[in-house]
Write a protein that binds this ligand. Sequence first.
Ligand code: B12
Ligand code: SF4
Length: 490
Amino acid sequence: MKAHVTLVNPPYPPEAGQSVFLPLGIGYLAAALEKEGYPVDVVDCQTQKYTPQALEEKFRTLNPDIIGVTSATVTYLQALQVLKSAKTAVPKALTLMGGPHVSVLDQQALTESPELDIVVRGEGEQTILELAKLVSSKHLHGLSAISGITYKSSNQTFSTPDRPFIQDIDSLPYPAHHHFNTQLYKLFGVNYMPIITSRGCPSACTFCLAAKMCGHGFRGRSPKKVVDELVWLRDTFHAGAFAFYDDTFTFDLKRAFAICAEMKQRKLGLPWDCRTRVDRVSKELLRTLHDTHCQLIHFGVESGSPEMLKLMRKGTTVELNAQAIRWAKEAGLSVAVSLVIGYPTETPAMLKQTIDFLHQTKPDYVYMCEAVPYPGTELAAFIKTLGLEVPSDWNQYREETQIFTNTLLPLEKLEETKKEFFDHYFTTSYFLRKKLKGDFYSQIMARAALNHLVWNSKTLRWGFKKLSKFRQPKKSVGGYSTSEQEQQQM
Ligand code: B12
Ligand code: SF4
């Protein structure tokens, strides 16, 4: 009998923004298992709210042989709670956890959670298949032969060697989105669907875990297979817009051109956005992206201070950042930039360089993320060497607020600068410009500005409360702007 697997997306901590998105990791794992004939079901605690009792009941009803939970640092503690419910309800089930947090803190997770049996480190498709095979054959003593896991045995933890990254990622089946009610993830009535066309990032920015999770080698899917998936998303799930969530979509310029050519030839015609580095674009590529209905490009700009860029090992310059934004705007694209602020040793003068940079380059959207020392990053190690204290409560590891004290740039100063910036940025004219532009992404930006304007104006707030069910937006990545779902999904 083939082992029955239940995969779980844990909830966010109650104090965090409640953004929902189709989780690609779970989708890929479910698809790999189903391709080999394993029965799978998925529980998404982010779109369906469960009390611990309701979750136990759900697990009891499903009665799987394996329960696997995904987790980032911010959802790790919630994921542990899910495991408690899992073991209470189905004690015989083998419990697994994977994702960026436990890929680094594997030993700690196993030590502090009696309900966790195995941590799957790094990419999980092949590993979960091998585990499912083992459970099906009831030969659990074969664990030591499975790469990429850390497990408990006789009160000790054992780590097997890292699993090499999957080289041919074209061989992976499409994520099993059929397990999700895609209606629940809509944005402005549009099925905004995620796709990943490559894995791996050759860069090594100090605040980022991407290369640890997916390696430094860039592994791109073939343009034809990428567009096959887009067509499948459109025809099967009625996708109305696509988010390309690759770390650096245009790392291989030739491949990016080829994907655009394939999209054009197959007349896809739907809006999409992508994320990339400022040093991996050319004027011609940006024009081609625009001609292929890419409406928004996200650049990891990080800072307007040359010193900070160097310290973050970004490998770019302020000039390159400005040039990429200018080129993208000239090509007709909207530009979103993400910034890392409050980095250790950053001073108010350096932060001012970033704000000045934004005023000069005028991107269409700004994400201000405070530096978060995720375990396994160089930033976490740097903070340790500086002797700065960080909270042990993982729920606080979110990018909307500073979690360590940078004495050179106190929290009040940081918050004040952020507020001042967004007060000047999200003006009525910004709102009207985006509203009139009218495309999918401009609508999201217009909503962000509206939320900000309403929240800042007592009169408007009063009016909105009276007139509609308008709710206070939770403070989120981009300042006091939009609903978390709109923020994070962009
Ligand atoms: C795309 C992306 C997003 C998208 C998600 C899109 C989507 N639909 O899934 C959006 C923009 C919504 C997002 C949001 C956030 N993200 Co993000 N994101 C990424 C990114 C670039 C790729 C992740 C991805 O989809 N990879 C492809 C899939 C297939 O891989 P995967 O999810 O890692 O899953 C694989 C393995 O981890 C493993 N696995 C995972 N879970 C499990 C469970 C089991 C049981 C098993 C066996 C295996 C397993 O197997 C999977 C298949 O190989 C990564 C960087 C990176 N390259 O990893 C950052 C990254 C994961 N994000 C990060 C962060 C911090 C966030 C936010 C917290 C940001 C914030 N706003 O504060 C939120 C939180 C989201 C959440 N609930 O977890 C960090 C996580 C660091 C950490 N320790 O937590 C990363 C690593 C980037 C970084 N800063 O270093 N993110
Ligand atoms: S921030 Fe972007 S460029 Fe830097 S390592 Fe992470 S994914 Fe790569």
